[in-house]
Design a protein around this ligand. Structure first.
Ligand code: TYD
Ligand code: MG
Length: 456
């Protein structure tokens, strides 16, 4: 009988295993990611444990009773919304983000809230000492009983502590620092992350404990370690933001218990993270009235409309090919709109440099922002400002038509609420709903029509 190999090569990017070293991973195609790791001991019974923590068997669909998962709401409305309504007991939630973006701060605040509402919390940190966490907690003016801090990276010890304390919520900061004694590889390697996560998953499901994992993000923007981590957990949230801006966006990218379109907006202040309940105001705060190249759109972020300013700077190309950049907007969408503007609205843009941006660092990706992009380009090109109280909503088709968008009523109501006086919408969106009476509605059929009326 062939001797069983004790090690295996594992792709650090996607978790693919191979008995021999390969330069290029056959599965995800990345180079030089294969690292030799010990084969994990597969003899444990872990794989037989079901999601509900009980040994599972096949059942008739008619015999299965639906258990409504109860959600625990924190006082952070934005956090609840991103989770799909609150924390689900027994769920495993991964929070990814750049170092220093505020993941530990967020989870410390969430822990304190859950604690205030009567939950027992264990905060495990592999990155900071308990006194460091206490210092931060004091800065955040958080205190409570039944709130345990624990500086540890060894999983067996953590498991024992969980069994002893019996918390309702556990925070693991971060999964990359955790170490499973049964595995020989270094903390942060694929096998370690996989074993640690599956152990934690088991703990969560068996004891109905909600566990939050912090995951660091690599330069490419993925959670460091394998993609498979994202497949294992119930919910994946990303905490994003620009270092130079104080506000942060919490975005759901996977959620077994809710929608993935939701975002929560926070501002990092001296006293910790503060929720931004009126993001439109925040994004429009620094807007310069009377500037050219600016147009506001009511974009939908999840279930909520947010007003964002689209800025353009169009200037003649001095040398060589025209430069085009887009930040916070999809580059190919911008190119397409510029082509339509050229062909259908007579703007000569081919020898113009174009710099576009969604102000405030948000990322917008939906068709309804097309019209505002076009208007802001036209405004900069013509050097004519739009009215500061105008708002533009609509998708642009290749023949220059303005196409219908979803949730028009919510978008227009948000614009009216913030004080906009006039809103340009697709003509086809005019029927079937009640306009708010403090805003003028301009229905547009074509891009050329929209531009003419916006600048007349
Ligand atoms: P942190 O939560 O440690 O980030 P992460 O866990 O994602 O690495 O946040 C660190 C940053 O947040 C740090 O640069 C300081 C800033 N900060 C504040 O501005 N106000 C505060 O009240 C706290 C606790 C941190
Ligand atoms: Mg941290």
């Amino acid at each position: 009988m062939a001797k069983k190999k004790a090690t295996v090569f594992v792709c650090q990017n996607c978790g693919t295993e191979s008995p021999k070293y390969l330069g290029k991973c056959p599965s995800c195609g990345s180079w030089n990611q294969m690292v030799e790791e010990k084969v994990p001991d597969k003899t444990d019974s872990r794989s037989r444990i079901s999601m509900s923590g009980k040994a599972s068997k096949a059942e008739q669909i008619t015999d299965i009773t639906i258990e409504r998962e109860e959600r625990v709401k924190t006082d952070l409305v934005e956090f609840n919304r991103v989770l799909g309504g609150g924390v689900v007991p027994g769920s495993l939630v991964l929070i990814g983000g750049d170092p220093g973006i505020g993941k530990s701060t967020l989870l410390l605040q969430v822990s304190a809230q859950l604690n205030n509402n009567g939950g027992k919390v264990l905060y495990v940190s592999g990155e900071e000492s308990t006194s460091q966490i206490k210092m931060r907690a004091e800065r955040l003016e958080l205190r409570g009983s039944d709130f345990y801090l624990y500086a540890e990276t060894e999983l067996t010890a953590i498991q024992e502590t969980i069994e002893e304390i019996k918390p309702d919520y556990v925070v693991i900061d971060s999964i990359q620092t955790m170490h499973h004694a049964g595995i020989d590889s270094a903390a942060g390697s694929v096998s370690q992350v996989r074993e640690s996560t599956s152990t934690l998953m088991q703990i969560a499901k068996m004891n109905d404990i909600a566990i939050f994992l912090v995951g660091h993000v690599t330069k490419e923007g993925n959670i460091a370690g394998p993609r498979m981590l994202e497949h294992m957990v119930d919910t994946v949230l990303y905490f994003e933001g620009e270092r130079h801006h104080t506000f942060r966006i919490l975005r759901a990218v996977k959620n077994r218990f809710g929608s993935t379109n939701e975002i929560g907006i926070f501002e990092m202040k001296n006293g910790g993270l503060v929720e931004v309940l009126n993001p439109s105001q925040l994004f429009l705060e620094e807007r310069l009235s009377g500037a050219t190249g600016s147009a506001v759109v009511a974009a939908m972020e999840g279930t909520r409309p947010i007003l964002v300013e689209i800025q353009s700077l169009i200037s003649p190309t001095v040398f060589g090919n025209a430069k085009r950049t887009a930040s916070g907007l999809d580059y190919s969408r911008v190119s397409l709109i510029m082509a339509v503007l050229e062909k259908r609205a007579g703007l000569l843009l081919q020898n113009q440099d174009a710099y576009l941006k969604a102000a405030g660092g948000v990322k917008l990706d939906e068709p309804a922002i097309d019209l505002s992009i076009a208007i802001s380009i036209a405004s900069s090109y013509k050097e004519k400002e739009t009215r500061p109280t105008d708002c533009f909503i609509g998708e642009i088709g290749l023949t220059g038509e303005i196409r219908r968008v979803s949730k028009i009523d919510q978008r227009v109501n948000e614009a009216a609420k913030i004080g906009f006086k006039r809103v340009f919408i697709p003509k086809n969106n005019m029927d079937g709903w009640d306009f708010p009476d403090n805003i003028e509605i301009v229905g547009c059929t074509t891009l050329a029509d929209g531009i003419r009326r916006a600048f007349s």
